[in-house]
Design a protein around this ligand. Structure first.
Ligand SMILES: C[S@@+](CC[C@H](N)C(=O)[O-])C[C@H]1O[C@@H](n2cnc3c(N)ncnc32)[C@H](O)[C@@H]1O
Length: 299
């Protein structure tokens, strides 16, 4: 609300133009702590009007009618409460494709694309018919990226959350990879047959220390599933189990790659080496932090 008391929810008012509404919404979201207020406002208004960001600039004098203002408001109040944009818009781009997301799953992060790059790079010499496992798959984004890049591979995604898997399965069907990407439910390796071996295991497990969750930004703390965030007292309780159990599910020469929190790479390397992995490497994310560790079992 601005100083003159205007609200976009007021009755139809042709004086609410694209430019004016964007100004008002940007100012409001700034006050409420969004770190990308103008972009948020443009994306929400663009979605309301079916316009892209360039069209919004070109049509800045376009007036909005009452129905358009009401539709905008419906989304805007959610963003005001700091709900992630991806949940409001219903999706997020990851590795060049759209992943549908809602509150049942973590919003895929650009840094997780590094995990996919590492997994593809370290298995580039492999057989055409490989098998990969994405533990803690959530929306399925990593499994789907692998499935889209390695059409002849069989990819399994697993997660403890049945709700998350419903989202992952919908994504696989939408992207046309349901034939080579399947999903199973359970605690880490528990849903897999004991004799089942993979050439590649990837994972982005929960890794926030429990005590730090209360300090996270509202978008994460209040909206993303706690199960997707909470890595136990030291942040690496899921990673620790995962790394120690992984060798029993890998073929000789098999590769494990995991995403971690900033400051966890040292301990992760120790875990990898203690579990028998060789050629253990650290990989930096887009901000230059070591956020992925990978290793290979002896052939
Ligand atoms: C950080 S999210 C990663 C989601 C997705 N892979 C991504 O990169 O966006 C972690 C996921 O691990 C799942 N999870 C947590 N504990 C688990 C466990 N013990 N076994 C299997 N999945 C678990 C959560 O439900 C959540 O979907």
């Amino acid at each position: 609300m601005n100083t003159s008391g205007e609200r976009p929810s007021d009755p139809p008012d042709e004086s609410w133009t694209v430019a004016r509404l964007l100004r008002w919404a940007t100012e409001d979201l700034t006050k409420r702590g969004s770190d990308s207020p103008r972009l948020d406002a443009e994306l929400l208004l663009g979605r309301t009007l079916g316009l892209d960001r360039v069209q919004l600039i070109v049509q800045h004098t376009r007036p909005l009618d009452g129905a358009e203002l009401a539709a905008f408001k419906q989304m805007f109040v959610r963003r005001r409460a700091r709900e992630p944009m991806a949940y409001i818009l219903g999706g997020r781009e990851f590795y060049g494709f759209d992943v549908q997301v809602d509150r049942r799953v973590l919003v895929p992060r650009p840094d997780t694309e590094v995990l996919v790059d590492v997994a593809l790079e370290r298995t580039s010499e492999r057989d055409m018919y490989g098998r990969a496992l994405d533990l803690c798959t959530g929306s399925g984004c990593v499994a789907l990226a692998l499935g889209l890049r390695r059409r002849t591979w069989k990819i399994t995604g697993s997660d403890l959350s049945e709700e998350a898997l419903a989202v992952a399965r919908t994504n696989a069907a939408r992207l046309g990879v349901a034939r080579n990407v399947r999903f199973v439910q359970g605690d880490l390796f528990q849903p897999l047959r004991a004799r089942h071996r993979f050439e590649l295991i990837v994972s982005n497990p929960p890794y926030i220390p429990s005590a730090e969750i209360a300090e996270l930004m509202p978008e994460v703390r209040d909206f993303e599933p706690r199960l997707a965030l909470d890595g136990g007292a030291d942040g690496i309780s899921v990673l620790r189990r995962l790394v120690s159990e992984a060798p029993a599910h890998l073929t000789p020469g098999g590769v494990l790659a995991c995403e971690l929190g900033a400051g966890q790479s040292e301990r992760a390397v120790e875990l990898f080496e203690a579990a028998g992995f060789t050629d253990v490497r650290r990989h930096k994310d887009l901000g230059g932090h070591e956020r992925v560790v990978s290793g290979q079992l002896p052939a």
